[in-house]
Every structure is written in structure tokens, then in C-alpha cells.
Design a protein. Structure first.
Length: 757
């Protein structure tokens, strides 16, 4: 219990609070409207004790406000619905306040005044518009006013009678008010949890989107930018270099447009795009396509097709670079298979092959540009099979998410709607734990007040009344305490039977002429059966109230009077049925809304994060690589200094891919300086700094910078070890005749081992 309903009054209500408020308003209004026909006979008969104007005015005010509330519940703005709830309370109070001025003949004797039987909806409606304390005060005033009005029209207010009338009606209306307050508090909690889930989903989705976007740019840097710069540093033909540089710059522009383009490709266009990708690299490679049943229904998002094409291009380039056979022609073949909701691309060659277990950690082509690229694609995967002398097969697979493939999580691990206790009807209505125990106590006290009224009327029947009370009380406890869902049918049947049996026992040998006020067992049973309906056993509840009414009609002999006196109890049971129906429908809608909201938040966060990360990466590439690429794209030959700059720039970009945690300005300057002095520098990051504090990262960067500044020849290898190792990082300086190894612990301390060879 966190947010009281009053805390949202006057503020923007969350979706759960708004929907439950409207559903509760519909319930209160519908119950009030149903009570009209139930008390119509008594109202007509009792009008002779009052001024002619009061009964029609009271009927219009009380039942008209309930009708308006029911009609407006789902069509008017929420503030209007809440205002109508307050008006319903004041309408009931108005009828009560006007009553003393309309009484002509206070001779109703022991018969209950019809208004007292209709105050519950008006008393409870305040819970939907005011804070709980204000709503409770309104409840006391309305119920107390109704009890006083009942006493006045019966010829005088008597203390014990007033107390019993008040307690009986306060129990029924109080339980309804308690349910409304509890359900609104639960709605506030659901809104908070939904908002929290949306934030969590957005954060996870944003982080995932940024990671994917970085991976895509890492692949572009490796496949296009670095390869262009490396070829430039080796003095490749200027014309070919110009074409390669212009293609790379075109990729930059393509990434700028990718967020705007969107759209989907059908199977044939997808095959055509992949064919063009292979042909652009080497037209001599055999390309085949297979179309399985239902292939025409395949739709591939444009960015997915871009990713698969880029991974395929890298596989083809790797085969051309490294798959050459010894003295023989290498056969290369690409096969694309499309089906109803899936796409499979296979690049196969019979070249030199390689040992997949022996690929160095710093080699990024297969690992990042193929495997990681496809793994980052929702529904995507890649597999590489190769062995020395046996060729290589690269397989790319993508399954459309709508076919049921499991996507990477973009939100909370468990959907909001999968948390049963928070979306359980009993929990929502406060029928569990301490709240449930309190409801049980109030229910038993309400039934006791009804029984006490009957003991006063029939003092000679106390044993039968006590037995009847015990039976109904036991049924009440069973209904609220049994913690099984669905509610067991045998127990439901026993609860339904308790009412008619208790009525027969309590009124055994009681003449119909002696019954004036109400058949207390019918009322008590109706309240218990109301909760039985809430527990999902509406059929048993209706059978129970009908059977109890039949006992009152035939066994006691009340006839039509028994039916009339049972109308209000029938409405109480119908209220339980309405609560169950409305609440379950509302819960289904809220489950769907919560999951859709979280998914929507994740989708919006993904788009926003992708755009921001794409802009950041493009800005970085524009600043670092574009000037040199534009110089190469011009087609003129490069100077020695420009070729040297291309080599340094390619190495720095490679550092950023291999060791992203070490890409600081000071370390980049030290690395460039060391390479300028002829030192070979290798930076590797296996993730050990992912959760390290900034001070520790700064310590490692400072140590690496110091070692690079000292180096004038040889090789410096810096490696951040994987998480869980006893050493965080190592620096290996191989400068013959000395081999120096510096180990950095998790506390930042260093240890140096020197081998003089």
C-alpha cells in the first residue's frame, strides 16, 4: 500500500488509477440504480407518512445521481466522473437532510425506511473522489444520517436501535468503501510499478540499442575505414583507393539516412540486395537462391537486410584475402534460402581453411564483423566452420521475431503482467494478509449486529439464532480465508447451503406476522455470498441467495413480503458479481496496457538511443577519419607523410575496437608517439574494467602511458584481463635484450618482473 487515492486527486492519474476509478464509478452507479426497483414497493407504501414532494424529490436525487454516474463513468473526462461521485454523496445527504421537514406521520413502527437501505452507494462514492479520511468521515455522516432518519420516521430515535441500524449499514457500506479505497491504492501501486517497469525497459533497451549501434559502427570501421586506410598506407593504386574511399564515405552517408529510410524488403528484393553485395566484391563468385514454401510472405526490415549484407560482405572478403589454395583455384559459392519467416545465407569455399580455436584475440574480422554483428541482430545468428586444408563455411541465419523466435530482452526480465500477486483480484481488493483478516473481522461484526437485532425481536429463539450466526460466520471465514485459486467448488457449495439452512434454523416456529424489519439471515448470507461471487463462484452465490429467499418465502411463510425483503440482499449479491466481472475485465486490460506501455517505452528508447549513438559515432568518424578519406577519395597519389598518417590512423582505430576502455586522449597521444619511434603497440581489452571505478582506470592508463613514453623500440602489449582473474591488467614490454612484465592488481598496485634474456 503506497499511494493513497487522494494523492492523485487533482493530479494526472495513471492509467491503472484512471481505469479502476471509472470501473468503480460504474459499479457504484449500477448498484444505486438497481436498488431503485428493489425498494420501489416500500417507497410507494411509505410515502403516505411524508409530504407529497419528498419521495419523488428523494428518488430523483438519489437514484438519478447514481444513473448519471453509471452513464458518465466511461464517457466523461475523469475529473467529471470524480465530481459526479462527490455529487452522489451530497445527493444522498440532501435527501436525508430534507426528510425531517417532510415527516407528517412518524408511525412507521418497526418497518425499515426505504432510504436506509439505499445509502450504501452514496456513502461509498466519496472514496473515489476524496482522501480516505474524508471519505470515511462522509461514510459516517451518511450512514449516521440514514439511521437517524429511520428513527425519526419510526416515531423517535432510540439509542440501541440507532446503534444497531448504524452498525449494520455501516458494516455493509464500510466494506464497499474499504474495497474502493484499497483498490485505488492498489491502482496507484500498479501505476508506480508500470512507470518503474517502463523506465527499466527504456534503460535496458537504450543500453542495448547503444551497444548494437556501436557494434555496427565497429564493423564499418573494421570493414571499410580501416581496410581503406591500411591499403593507403601500403601505397595501393590511387584510382582503386579513390573508389574504395568514396564507397566508405558513402557508407557514412548511408548511416545518416538509415534512421529515416526504414521500410521492409520482400524476399525477392532481399535476394537481389545480397546478390548485388557479392557481385560488387567479386562478380565471379557463384550465387544461388532457394525459395521454400511461403517465401513470398517474408518481409525483412531494411536495417536487418543491411546488417546481413554487411556480414556476408565481410565473409566474402575474408575468403578472398585468406582462403587462397596452394597452387589451385578456389571455388566460392553463396547460397541464400528464404522461407515463410526466415532467411539463411551460406558462404562456402574449398580454400585453405583455418583452425577456429587458434584465431588471435586481436583479429576482429570474423569475431566482430560476422559473429558479433549477427548476434546483435534480433533473431540473428552466425556460425563459422573451418579446418586447415578443408575450406570454410560461414552461415548467417535470421528468423523474423513474429515467428516466435526469442529476441534479446529489451525490458524487465519478467513482464509486469507475469507477477501474479500484484495482478490477483483478491490482492487488488485487499482480501489477503492483515487486510483480509481485518475485512473478516468487520464482516463478522456486521453479521453479529444483524443477529443482535433479531435477538431483541425474538428473545425466545436465541439458541437457533446463535446456531445460525455460527453457520454464517463459518461460511464467511471459509470464503475469505481459503487461499486457493480457483475457489474450491465443494467449499463454495457448502457456503451456498449455509444461508438457507441458517434461515430455517433461526426462524423455526416464527410466525410470518412477527417479521417486520428484515430477515437478518438473508441479509447476512447476501454479504457472505457477495464475497463468494468476488472469489469467482457467481453461480453458487446466486443459487445460495435464491435458496435463502425461497426459505423465507415458503418456510417462514412471508410470501410476497419475503421476496420484497430479499430484493436488497439480491442486489448485494449482484454487486459481488459485478465486482468480479468488472475487476477481471479491468485486470486483463491493465495487464495488456502495462506490457504494451513497457514495450512502447523500450521501442521509443531504442529509437532515441540509436539516433544519439549514431550521431555520436558519425561525429567521431567525421572528426578522425573523414579528412583522410576525402583526401584519398580525390584520386591523387598520397605523399609518404600521408601514407604514414594513414597507418597511424588505422592503428588508432584498431585500438578503439580492441581496447575501448583504453581510448583516452592522453593514452592515444602516448601510443601515437611510441609508434612514431618505431615501437609496435598492441592494446587488448577482455572486459575486466567494465565495473572498475574511474580512479582505478586512471591508474592503469597512467601506468600504460608511462611505459609507452619510455619505449623506443620493440613491442609493447597491453592487456586488460577478463573479469575474475587475480590480476587486472598486464603490460609486456619486449625490448631486447630485456623482457619486462608489469602486473596491475585490482587495488591498483603494480608488480614488475624482468627477464634479461
Amino acid at each position: 500500500m503506497t499511494a493513497a487515492p487522494g494523492e492523485t486527486i487533482g493530479a494526472q492519474a495513471g492509467p491503472a488509477t484512471a481505469r479502476i476509478t471509472r470501473s468503480a464509478a460504474l459499479l457504484v452507479g449500477a448498484v444505486g440504480v438497481l436498488l431503485g426497483p428493489a425498494v420501489a414497493r416500500e417507497a410507494w407504501q411509505q410515502a403516505r407518512y411524508l409530504a407529497p414532494w419528498w419521495t419523488p424529490v428523494a428518488a430523483v436525487v438519489v437514484f438519478g445521481s447514481c444513473l448519471a454516474l453509471a452513464v458518465l463513468a466511461f464517457v466523461a473526462p475523469l475529473r467529471v466522473v470524480r465530481g459526479m461521485c462527490g455529487a452522489t454523496v451530497f445527493a444522498t445527504l440532501t435527501a436525508i437532510v430534507l426528510l425531517p421537514f417532510a415527516i407528517r406521520h412518524p408511525e412507521l413502527r418497526d418497518d425499515p425506511f426505504w432510504l436506509l437501505r439505499t445509502v450504501a452507494p452514496g456513502a461509498a462514492a466519496g472514496a473515489l473522489v476524496w482522501r480516505p479520511r474524508v471519505a470515511a468521515a462522509a461514510l459516517v455522516v451518511v450512514i449516521g444520517g440514514g439511521a437517524v432518519a429511520n428513527g425519526l420516521i419510526q416515531g423517535g430515535v432510540r439509542g440501541l436501535t440507532l446503534l444497531l441500524d448504524f452498525s449494520r449499514n455501516f458494516g455493509i457500506a464500510g466494506l464497499l468503501t474499504w474495497g474502493l479505497v484499497t483498490v485505488l491504492r492498489a491502482a496507484g501501486t500498479l501505476d508506480e510499478e508500470s512507470a518503474r517497469a517502463e523506465r527499466d525497459a527504456a534503460q535496458v533497451a537504450a543500453a542495448d540499442a547503444k551497444s548494437r549501434e556501436r557494434a555496427r559502427f565497429s564493423a564499418i570501421i573494421h570493414d571499410d575505414v580501416m581496410s581503406t586506410l591500411l591499403d593507403a598506407s601500403r601505397g595501393r593504386d590511387a584510382t582503386a583507393l579513390g573508389r574504395l574511399a568514396r564507397k566508405t564515405l558513402g557508407r557514412f552517408d548511408e548511416f545518416r539516412r538509415i534512421g529515416e529510410r526504414g521500410g521492409e524488403l520482400d524476399a525477392l528484393r532481399t535476394i537481389g540486395m545480397l546478390r548485388a553485395t557479392v557481385s560488387a566484391i567479386n562478380p565471379g563468385i557463384t550465387f544461388r537462391s532457394k525459395r521454400l514454401s511461403g517465401f513470398a510472405r517474408l518481409r525483412v526490415p531494411a536495417d536487418v537486410c543491411d546488417t546481413i549484407a554487411a556480414a556476408l560482405a565481410e565473409a566474402v572478403r575474408n575468403s578472398l584475402r585468406h582462403g587462397g589454395g596452394t597452387g589451385r583455384r578456389v571455388r566460392r559459392e553463396v547460397t541464400v534460402t528464404v522461407g515463410t519467416g526466415a532467411l539463411r545465407v551460406e558462404m562456402r569455399d574449398d580454400g585453405a581453411g583455418f583452425d577456429t580455436e587458434e584465431v588471435p584475440a586481436h583479429r576482429l574480422g570474423v569475431r566482430r564483423s560476422i559473429l558479433a554483428r549477427m548476434a546483435d541482430l534480433p533473431g540473428g545468428a552466425a556460425f563459422v566452420e573451418s579446418a586447415p586444408g578443408q575450406g570454410t563455411t560461414v552461415t548467417l541465419v535470421w528468423v523474423h521475431p513474429s515467428t516466435g523466435a526469442r529476441e534479446p530482452a529489451t525490458g524487465p526480465e519478467t513482464p509486469i503482467s507475469a507477477e501474479p500477486e500484484r495482478w490477483d483480484l483478491r490482492g487488488l481488493l485487499g482480501l489477503r494478509g492483515r487486510q483480509g483478516a481485518l475485512v473478516t473481522v468487520v464482516l463478522l461484526a456486521t453479521i453479529a449486529s444483524m443477529a443482535l437485532s433479531n435477538i431483541r425481536a425474538f428473545p425466545d429463539h436465541r439458541p437457533g439464532i446463535l446456531v445460525a450466526y455460527s453457520m454464517i460466520a463459518l461460511a464467511a471465514v471459509a470464503t475469505l480465508a481459503v487461499d486457493l485459486e480457483p475457489f474450491p467448488r465443494p467449499i463454495a457449495a457448502a457456503v451456498a447451503v449455509a444461508g438457507p439452512v441458517a434461515t430455517g434454523i433461526a426462524y423455526h416456529q416464527v410466525a410470518a406476522a412477527q417479521v417486520h424489519e428484515f430477515v437478518w439471515t438473508v441479509y447476512a448470507t447476501s454479504v457472505v455470498l457477495c464475497f463468494l461471487a468476488v472469489r469467482g463462484r457467481s453461480g453458487y452465490a446466486m443459487l445460495g441467495i435464491v435458496a435463502t429467499t425461497l426459505v423465507a418465502v415458503f418456510d417462514i411463510g412471508l410470501g410476497s413480503q419475503g421476496i420484497s425483503l430479499s430484493m436488497t440482499p439480491l442486489i448485494i449479491v449482484v454487486t459481488g458479481i459485478l465486482i468480479a466481472a468488472i475487476a477481471r475485465s479491468t485486470l486483463r486490460a491493465l495487464r495488456r496496457l502495462a506490457d504494451e506501455s513497457a514495450a512502447g517505452a523500450a521501442a521509443r528508447a531504442t529509437l532515441r538511443a540509436q539516433g544519439e549513438e549514431r550521431a555520436r559515432q558519425l561525429e567521431r568518424l567525421d572528426e578522425r577519419a573523414r579528412p583522410m578519406l576525402e583526401r584519398i577519395a580525390a584520386g591523387a597519389g598520397l605523399t609518404d607523410a600521408e601514407r604514414y598518417e594513414s597507418r597511424l590512423l588505422e592503428a588508432e582505430l584498431r585500438d578503439g575496437l580492441r581496447a575501448p576502455a583504453l581510448t583516452t586522449a592522453s593514452l592515444a597521444a602516448a601510443t601515437r608517439g611510441a609508434r612514431g619511434r618505431g615501437v609496435e603497440v598492441l592494446l587488448l581489452d577482455d572486459g575486466g574494467l567494465a565495473d572498475a571505478p574511474e580512479t582505478l582506470v586512471a591508474t592503469i592508463v597512467a601506468e600504460v602511458t608511462q611505459q609507452l613514453d619510455k619505449a623506443n623500440s620493440g613491442t609493447v602489449t597491453v592487456r586488460i584481463l577478463p573479469p575474475g582473474r587475480h590480476v587486472l591488467a598486464t603490460i609486456l614490454v619486449d625490448a631486447p635484450p630485456e623482457l619486462r612484465r608489469i602486473e596491475i592488481d585490482h587495488d591498483g598496485s603494480t608488480r614488475t618482473l624482468i627477464d634479461h634474456g
